[in-house]
Design a protein around this ligand. Structure first.
Ligand SMILES: Cc1cc2nc3c(=O)[nH]c(=O)nc-3n(C[C@H](O)[C@H](O)[C@H](O)COP(=O)(O)OP(=O)(O)OC[C@H]3O[C@@H](n4cnc5c(N)ncnc54)[C@H](O)[C@@H]3O)c2cc1C
Length: 411
């Protein structure tokens, strides 16, 4: 396991190498040792399955809002090895999904100015240009209008302005772009570590190398989880298992929410003159983005092939697909060399909204999944909403798993 993660860390630009995901640093401070296993908590008020951004932000909010005893179980040796350690680190608020928009705004606000006491998250305010054509442009313009009502600095700009701001986008096929000055890039490792560190400082326990293998139920309620060698009794479980969320739900005989995990490639180019000063540029109509990274560009062809949960291999055919897309929609991208390439899994619900809330078939089993391509930006809001749902403080019908499970047969 360690060898694989080292290889992936080396593929990822900057953030992993020497960053908080180094094995020694996490192991030393967070992972329960063999001795700990003997004495480890045998009961908890809430067990969170998964130490990616979803689970970490939920632990952060739960320990902020309550005195509940929280245990986070992570199957890997370190947190954040899957989607939360493989993403493009963009904080992007121009989204066309009406229910998601307030959450990305809330999350972006947190990334720009975390709460007092939260460690620095390395936020860089580069801004964004989200390009659109036809109907898509109309939806982006509507998003700009909504962002303004949230006091986000956003405006619609013409293709000429796009080319003037980013010469590399000259020739892009679009009717204009949403320019959001309040978007940027965050140090995701620092953000994840911040959530976990704060939660642990308030009493949460993070136990790595613990794969949940069973979720036990009695009379329609959760009462424990097993990790193979250990059992943790608990009345509340949060399913924050990312690409594995559907499998974890199946362990619990909870609702079968039709989440699918999809592979997306990212690549980094050698230095490109002027790139460090550019904003995020995302052609939302044709699926292609780039942003500054280490003097060059981080680029994605926005691929979305179904992929089973796990560690996705790089498909080298993606370079030809990218070249083809670039030639059609962003001609100057086609000329670039590639220094590094990797892939990660995004987990999506059919309607594109998150899945947050109590399971309709199993009381005490809460979902925090399907964060798609917004889990970095929206994590603070997602954690808050999930914690509020667990505590019974609020419900969010737009995100509830109920929306997929009308007229369920009894479990
Ligand atoms: C290529 C790519 C680019 C992206 N770019 C952006 C971006 O720029 N901006 C943005 O906002 N979002 C972006 N995202 C989305 C974002 O990364 C995800 O939404 C987010 O990381 C999902 O977090 P998560 O905690 O749900 O999942 P994960 O990070 O995958 O965490 C789930 C965790 O659960 C653990 N787990 C699973 N099963 C078990 C089990 N049985 N027992 C114990 N532990 C278990 C896993 O090991 C894993 O650590 C991108 C995603 C990808 C793949």
């Amino acid at each position: 396991m360690t060898d694989t993660t080292t290889v992936r860390a080396d593929l990822h630009p900057g953030r992993h190498r020497g960053g908080p995901f180094r094995a020694g640093r996490w192991r030393g401070r967070w992972q329960a040792s063999a001795g700990d296993r003997e004495s480890m908590t045998r009961s908890a008020d809430v067990v969170i399955i998964g130490a990616g951004l979803a689970g970490a932000a939920t632990a952060y909010s739960l320990t902020r809002l309550s005195n509940l005893r929280v245990v986070i179980l992570e199957q890997e040796d370190r947190p954040g090895l899957h989607a939360s350690g493989q993403n493009a680190a963009m904080v992007r608020q121009t989204v066309t999904h009406a229910a998601l928009l307030p959450l990305v705004v809330e999350g972006a606000r947190f990334a720009r100015r975390p709460e007092p006491g939260f460690p620095p998250v390395g936020y860089r305010a580069c801004g964004s240009l989200i390009l659109g054509e036809g109907d898509h442009a109309a939806r982006l313009r509507a998003a700009v209008a909504t962002l303004k009502t949230h006091s986000v600095r956003a405006a619609w700009v013409t293709p000429d302005v796009v080319s003037a701001m980013v010469p590399f986008a000259t020739g892009a096929r679009c009717d204009g772009a949403a320019h959001c000055r309040d978007d940027g890039v965050v140090d995701v490792a620092a953000l994840l570590e911040g959530y976990l560190r704060q939660a642990v400082s308030r009493g949460a326990r993070l136990l790595t190398g613990r794969r949940v293998t069973a979720v036990l139920r009695r009379q329609g309620r959760v009462y424990a989880v097993d990790t193979g060698s250990e059992r943790v009794r608990t009345p509340s479980v949060v399913n924050a298992a990312g690409a594995w969320s559907r499998e974890v739900a199946a362990l619990a005989r909870a609702a079968d929410v039709p989440l699918r995990s999809t592979r997306r490639h990212l690549l980094v180019t050698p230095p490109v003159e002027g790139a460090s000063a550019w904003p995020i540029v995302w052609d939302d109509s044709h699926g292609l983005y780039f942003r500054p990274e280490s003097g060059g560009l981080l680029v994605s062809p926005c691929d979305e092939a179904n992929h089973e949960p796990g560690v996705p291999a790089v498909d080298c055919g993606i370079l030809a697909a990218l070249a083809e897309k670039a030639a059609a929609f962003m001609p100057r991208l086609g000329d670039l060399a590639v220094r590094r390439i990797w892939a990660g899994l995004r987990t999506l619900a059919p309607d594109g909204a998150f899945v947050i809330g109590e399971d309709p078939r199993l009381r005490g089993f809460h979902w925090c999944a399907g964060l798609g391509g917004h889990g970095v930006t929206a994590s603070a809001a997602v954690g808050r909403l999930t914690a509020e749902a667990v505590l019974g403080l609020s419900e969010s019908p737009a995100f509830s798993p109920l929306r997929f499970t009308h007229r369920l047969p009894a479990a």
